[in-house]
Design a binder for this molecule. Sequence first.
Ligand SMILES: Cc1cc2nc3c(=O)[nH]c(=O)nc-3n(C[C@H](O)[C@H](O)[C@H](O)COP(=O)(O)OP(=O)(O)OC[C@H]3O[C@@H](n4cnc5c(N)ncnc54)[C@H](O)[C@@H]3O)c2cc1C
Length: 296
Amino acid sequence: MKFLVFSDIGKNVAEIAAKLRELGEVHSFTMKNQRETALKSGSKKLVLLEGTPFSGNVSGALMGSGISEYDYVFISSTPLGREVAGLISANTGNTIASEVFDFSIDNGKIKTKRFFFGGKTIMEEENFSKIITVTPGSFEPSESAENAHEETLALSDSTEKLLEEKDRENGGTNIEAAGIIVSVGRGVGSKEAIEKIMPLVSATRGELAGSRPVCLDYRWLSEERQVGLSGKKVKPRVYIALGISGQIQHIAGMRGSKIVVAVNKDKDAPIFQECDYGIVGDLFQIVPKIVENLKK
Ligand SMILES: Cc1cc2nc3c(=O)[nH]c(=O)nc-3n(C[C@H](O)[C@H](O)[C@H](O)COP(=O)(O)OP(=O)(O)OC[C@H]3O[C@@H](n4cnc5c(N)ncnc54)[C@H](O)[C@@H]3O)c2cc1C
């Protein structure tokens, strides 16, 4: 079998290729600056895209490489990846299975797994779609012994224009490598209130993280601090969840934590099913007490 893999993030290419390389020939596409992480992904061919990526020129480059030659097209579900998948689908008439977090291929047929009913249940389907978008972080990347054969491909000019480039807020944050994480949820109430949590972050020498509403919907924290199914998968020694209800999509990102401490004012919050130490109460009263004790 032959697979095309695309992600604008090299690590995501490596994750998907690691899963696919035993099943057939993998041709991966990513941005040139992502070469390092994608090179030893086990892909037979690695096409490095040069230029500013937009959905139009990236989907054009992938379609120009002959979608019909491949049995399946796997695209990492980043914001760009989702748009690229949509354009390829519209232009080629192939359907998409989106947000797949696991799959198997047997006799050429793919079975996919994705969350259903907002993550309360898993739907396993025999899928007839050719384009599969994969939730980042679903598979472990593992290095192959061999480098891929490299090619470069210049992206065409796009009708879309890049007006301004900004460094990511809090650039360099890597919550995936943190030993201690203090994570805030919607219960913190506002961006300003996060300041009141900072003494705990300092006292634990931890990293600050958040749930999806905090990072994506309200943007109180930057996206790179989001923990969960559609965010980062973290495995700290200690994960302190403050005002986080504990929905399955959040748990999916922090399940590997060694010790989980939860503070929530609702004694029935699902996070209490997932924690080692649970404190029922108002986080703004409890956090100063924890800090006080840590300083003793
Ligand atoms: C496809 C998909 C992907 C998703 N991916 C992610 C993901 O990657 N990460 C993620 O987090 N979510 C994700 N979600 C969203 C997820 O379903 C939940 O909506 C989200 O996790 C809820 O965030 P929260 O716990 O911060 O907010 P809420 O569910 O609103 O919980 C807030 C909690 O704070 C408590 N609280 C309020 N005030 C206080 C106080 N003063 N002191 C103490 N406790 C207080 C409340 O009792 C409540 O339990 C995803 C959803 C879907 C459908």
